[in-house]
Every structure is written in structure tokens, then in C-alpha cells.
Design a protein around this ligand. Structure first.
Ligand code: FAD
Length: 350
């Protein structure tokens, strides 16, 4: 058993909004601990687009996802929040004294007066192939991501999907794509449910040219079953758009149906949800459980837009909303960082 950490606030999620929540709480002298399941702060900005430019942060004409994260980390430095990374918050449980017992997957335990859910879109999980009998082959012959391209060299591949991942990997493993590619497959069949692709037009054109040259094959159809022999997957049963079901033989199936966000443990904390998002008011961004607030992409309210700038505003009002829970006897007033000696003191800029 580790010691229980007593604190004013625990922030779940260290994306841009969770990070800025530290700042807004800090101005009100509310101490915070922050937890993220990723090993680094920054959320989607770091995980999905560290080098892409963002143009709609007020007064910052352009910055990358990484620059935004670095600047937020610098801005919150004065408040000395404690980071607990590489661990997921699994439990949030209201106690009799009104505080919350919070636990992470690594066994870190908190007793906190308030909780701020800044979990974004949660953790991304690949959409799976929904075909009976496929589970035993997942990870061995049916894959949702390519970890080691070399595993697929020299194999007969069936690649399913119509987006960039499916097309990119199909082209990559296609024998004719021989510009130094060391991981050529023996054969590549691309399958999509209709002859219309979401992928980049240049990739689609390349794919069609390779099909015309008989270097790869395109099938329009949908997997409806598996073909197996002696515990090995030998192919998929595919319903074509001519209504006929045929067996498409293959050694390995690579499925790219995109990622779907999974809310994860947040769904079990007793806060009201609507379409997998946490319902909040727009005065304090408080959830249906007093003392638990939700900010950023994870919340929903009339007119919600999933923008970083909206999350920053929400974090400011949530901090004021939380103040009475932390300081029941204190009246909290709005002060300007420009002119307030008190804020200069907490910011360490006296
Ligand atoms: P996130 O950034 O999603 O961070 C949430 C964090 O919570 C994650 O790190 C996750 O690991 C963690 N987490 C979730 N559940 C738990 C748990 N139980 N325990 C511990 N940790 C947990 N927005 C703009 O305003 N302008 C743009 O130009 C822009 N461009 C974008 C481009 C792309 C390609 C993408 C994908 C998004 C873009 N966005 C943009 C959207 C913006 O990134 C999001 O609005 C923003 O990241 C939301 O921040 P957040 O802190 O709410 O959540």
C-alpha cells in the first residue's frame, strides 16, 4: 500500500486543457495533481500532431502541437503541480466526508476535494473485424496495426479498408513497389466494401495502376466468415456485391477500419453521460456529481465545439466553480494577472 496523497484537486488527463486547468486553479491557490495514461503530457497535440501547425490559439498566430504543449508547461511551472504519468485513473469514488477517493492503474491513491475530468476523447482503440470466429486469430493472423513490417514479407496478404492506412500499407507491401522496399509480400489483395475510397487520390491512382498491371488485386466485398484448417486461418469468406460468397485465400489479414475513441473508466464514475460524453453545465462546467468538473473534448453542453480555445475558457470557469468546494469560507474574487499583487505572488513574478 502506498500512502494516500491528500490534495485540493486531481486532474484526469494532461492534454492542453488539463494542463491549462493547472494554471487556472493555481491562480486561485488550489493545489493540483495531474494524471495521464500516456507517458508524456500534451494529449492529442503530442500524440496525433506534434509537428502540425495550429492557427486558432488566441494571440498565437501559429504554433505546432509540441510548441503549444511546451509553452503550457512553461506557463504552469510556478504552480508546481505533481505529474503522475503512464497511469490511468481507474477509480473515482465519493466518500462520506464529501471528498473523492481516486486511484490509478499503478496504485497511486488520492483523497481530493475536487476532480477535473480532462480526458479528451479517451484512449484510441482500433475498430475490429466483426466476423464470427475471428478472435482466436487476432494478433497472429488478423491484425489492426502493423508493428513489424518484416512479419508480412513473403506472405499472401488480404488488406481490408478504404482509407489512407489500408492504401498505404497495400502499396507498401505490393511487390511492384520495389523502390528498395525490403518487405515485399508474396501477393496483396485489397478489399473494400465499395469502389470509393477515402484515401489520398494519388494513392488510389497508384493502387489502380498496380491492379491494371496485375501486381495487386482489388476486391469489392465484405468479410462474412472465416475459412480455417487445422487451427490456421486459410482465408476469409467474402460476400461480393454480385451477391455471391467466395473464399479469398490468404496467410495474413490486415484490417484498417480506423480508430474509435474509448471513454474507458470515466464511464464508471457515476457522472451523467450523453453519447459517451460527460454532461456539464455552462456556469461551472460541473458534472451531475457536485465536486466533479469536466473540461475540454470530454464534455458536452448545448453548442459545444471541440476546440482548444473552448477548453481554456471552460478551465477558467471550472476553477471558480471549484473554489467553494476547496475554500468553503472564503469569497473568491476575479483579479487581473496584470495588476494584482496577490496574483504576482502566486505567479512568482513580484
Ligand atoms: P486531449 O488532448 O484528448 O487529452 C486528453 C488526455 O487524457 C489524453 O492524454 C489521455 O491519455 C488522457 N486520459 C483519458 N482518460 C484518462 C484516464 N482515465 N486516466 C488518465 N488519463 C486519461 N483544436 C484546435 O483548437 N485547433 C486546431 O487547429 C486543432 N487541430 C487538430 C488537428 C488534429 C489532427 C486533431 C486530431 C485535433 C485537432 N484539434 C484542434 C483538437 C484539439 O487537439 C483538441 O480539442 C484538444 O486536444 C482537446 O484537449 P483535451 O485536453 O480536452 O483532451
Amino acid at each position: 500500500h502506498t500512502d494516500v496523497i491528500e490534495t485540493d484537486a486531481v486532474i484526469v488527463g494532461a492534454g492542453p486543457v488539463g494542463l491549462f486547468q493547472i494554471f487556472e486553479l493555481g491562480l486561485l491557490e488550489i493545489r493540483a495533481h495531474i494524471v495521464d495514461s500516456l507517458a508524456y503530457p500534451g494529449g492529442q497535440c503530442i500524440e496525433l500532431y506534434p509537428d502540425k501547425p495550429i492557427y486558432d490559439i488566441p494571440a498565437v498566430p501559429v504554433c505546432t502541437g509540441k510548441e503549444l504543449t511546451d509553452n503550457l508547461l512553461r506557463q504552469i511551472e510556478p504552480f508546481g503541480a505533481t505529474f503522475h504519468l503512464g497511469q490511468e485513473v481507474t477509480v473515482v469514488d465519493k466518500q462520506d466526508d464529501g471528498r473523492f477517493a481516486v486511484e490509478t492503474s499503478k496504485g497511486t491513491r488520492f483523497l481530493t476535494k475536487t476532480v477535473f475530468i480532462a480526458g479528451g476523447v479517451g484512449s484510441f482503440q482500433p475498430r475490429t473485424l466483426k466476423v464470427e470466429g475471428v478472435e482466436p486469430f487476432e494478433g497472429t493472423q488478423v491484425h489492426y496495426r502493423v508493428k513489424t513490417p518484416a512479419d508480412f514479407a513473403g506472405k499472401h496478404l488480404l488488406i481490408i479498408g478504404g482509407g489512407d492506412s489500408a492504401l498505404d500499407w497495400a502499396l507498401n507491401f505490393c511487390a511492384a513497389n520495389a523502390d528498395g522496399n525490403p518487405h515485399k509480400a508474396e501477393s496483396v489483395i485489397l478489399m473494400h466494401r465499395r469502389d470509393d475510397f477515402r484515401a489520398a487520390p494519388a494513392s488510389v491512382a497508384k493502387m489502380r495502376a498496380l491492379c491494371d498491371a496485375h501486381e495487386m488485386q482489388l476486391i469489392i466485398g465484405q468479410a462474412v466468415g472465416i475459412d480455417e484448417r487445422d487451427g490456421q486461418l486459410t482465408g476469409l469468406k467474402v460476400a461480393g456485391n454480385d451477391g455471391v460468397t467466395r473464399v479469398v485465400p490468404c496467410d495474413q489479414v490486415l484490417t484498417f477500419f480506423g480508430l474509435s475513441p474509448k471513454l474507458g473508466p470515466i464511464a464508471d464514475w457515476g457522472v451523467a453521460l450523453e453519447r459517451k460524453q460527460v454532461v456539464v453545465d455552462t456556469e461551472k462546467f460541473e458534472t451531475s456529481v457536485p465536486g466533479i468538473f469536466a473540461v475540454g473534448d470530454v464534455n458536452t453542453y448545448p453548442g459545444k465545439k471541440k476546440l482548444i480555445l473552448s477548453g481554456f475558457h471552460e478551465a477558467a470557469l471550472a476553477a471558480f466553480g471549484a473554489a467553494p468546494h476547496v475554500f468553503p469560507d472564503r469569497r473568491v474574487h476575479l483579479q487581473y494577472t496584470t495588476t494584482s499583487p496577490k496574483l504576482h505572488k502566486v505567479l512568482g513574478v513580484e
